[in-house]
Design a protein around this ligand. Structure first.
Ligand SMILES: Cc1cc2nc3c(=O)[nH]c(=O)nc-3n(C[C@H](O)[C@H](O)[C@H](O)COP(=O)(O)OP(=O)(O)OC[C@H]3O[C@@H](n4cnc5c(N)ncnc54)[C@H](O)[C@@H]3O)c2cc1C
Length: 362
């Protein structure tokens, strides 16, 4: 891509990283230096843990295959201190997949487990024409959340971790998989990263070198921007004839509020975004009611998501959220409250429709 009208095209300056060279290890270390598992799942988010739980349910009915997978049939490799430790999400969730995964559990039990906060019964979608005004619109079909469940994705992952451990999974937390191991054209496992290195890269007293984790099957569930997934896509040409992946950036805050919010709120387009071609800021916000499982405090999850194809390089999702909070509609909800947490993460925007969250698959 060439520069146009003096503009600099990022595609002309690819990052100085060669994913295949850096993130693929050619061949396993000698047998006595490797850890062997049946199925290695990289990533203890909701997807990786759903995979572990379903696999263990199937293996419980198939002892022969379980036997063939060896002493550690299913291992989950998660770089955070606990599963869910790096998860960040709205989140309003379609209940169907979780009901299918754990058919004996009721939604009331989800709430008792502390990861679910109730069914969406009331919702409102607004377009904000200005910093003071709002126009309510009927929820477009992909954004209709009636009947969905409000959850904490991090707490859901912790619950899934407990289930997986009870089912026999080996969960290696605080362990990053750094390289995909490819031998004879096949993925044969992953290499875990060294632990206990100082900021300058020098080994500290608690230094532990990384190890090859040999697996009969390797599942990559790294979330939306996995460096090994990126390398695997190139190595095995998995992107051919597929739509390219596109991403958004989401920033979120958790607020303790004096009054419970009685509905799920979304805003789309409009203020504080600048939609003109010069800025091309496309995005929207969410405000969801939640409860602190331990203290019973009323909380709201509030966040702003912006497509990563904005035209103005100074666009800041964080600043947009701060501005958004000054709108009278939002101010009223947060007034007298206190921010108790915050974070940012990049979700993948499917090119189709994202069925349960507000991103509409952009
Ligand atoms: C701001 C925001 C709002 C959202 N709102 C909603 C919503 O309202 N409803 C909805 O349904 N969805 C929503 N989503 C999307 C939802 O959060 C994701 O679809 C979901 O979290 C994806 O789960 P995952 O397990 O694939 O990935 P993640 O949740 O990203 O989990 C990946 C895990 O893998 C670990 N990991 C990654 N690489 C490695 C490695 N190399 N080694 C070891 N561990 C690794 C990470 O630490 C992480 O724990 C939202 C997302 C964001 C960011």
């Amino acid at each position: 891509m060439s520069a146009r009208n003096g503009a600099v095209a990022p595609a002309a300056y690819p990052p100085a990283v060669d994913p295949q060279r850096e993130f693929i290890k050619r061949g396993l270390d000698p047998e006595d230096e490797v850890i062997e598992v049946g199925v290695a799942i990289v990533g203890g988010g909701t997807a990786g843990l759903a995979c572990a739980n379903r696999l263990l349910q199937l293996l419980a009915e198939d002892p022969e295959t379980m036997e063939r997978l060896g002493e550690v049939p299913v291992a989950v490799i998660e770089k955070a201190k606990t599963c869910g430790g790096h998860s960040l999400s709205g989140a309003v969730m379609r209940p169907g997949p979780l009901q299918e995964l754990f058919p004996d559990m009721t939604r009331e039990q989800w709430r008792e487990e502390g990861f679910a906060f109730g069914e969406v019964r009331k919702e409102a979608i607004y377009v904000l024409p200005s910093a003071r005004t709002k126009v309510r619109i009927p929820p477009p079909p992909p954004q209709r959340n009636h009947g969905n469940e409000i959850v904490s994705v991090a707490a859901l992952a912790r619950f899934q971790q407990r289930q997986a451990e009870e089912g026999g999974a080996y969960i290696l937390t605080e362990t990053a998989a750094t390289q995909l191991i490819v031998q004879d054209g096949r993925v044969v496992g992953v290499r875990s990263g060294d632990k206990g290195r100082g900021k300058d890269g020098e080994p500290l007293s608690n230094f532990e070198p990384g190890t090859d984790i040999k697996a009969q099957v390797t599942v990559l569930a790294e979330g939306c921007w996995g460096h090994m997934t990126g390398a695997a896509i190139r190595e095995f040409n998995l992107a051919e004839d597929r739509e390219p992946q596109v991403w958004e950036l989401g920033v979120k805050e958790l607020w303790k509020v004096p009054k419970p919010l009685d509905r799920v709120i979304h805003t789309i387009a409009g203020w504080p975004l600048k939609l003109s071609a010069r800025y091309h800021q496309i995005g929207g916000s969410w405000i969801y009611p939640m409860k602190d499982a331990r203290s019973g405090d009323d909380l709201v999850s509030i966040g702003f998501v912006i497509d990563l194809d904005y035209a103005d390089a100074t666009t800041s999702a964080h600043d947009l959220l701060q501005e958004f909070k000054t709108h009278p509609m939002v101010r009223k909800i947060l007034d007298g409250g206190q921010r108790v947490g915050g974070g940012a993460r990049s979700p993948r925007a499917a090119t189709g429709r994202c069925p349960s969250c507000r991103c509409q698959g952009r």
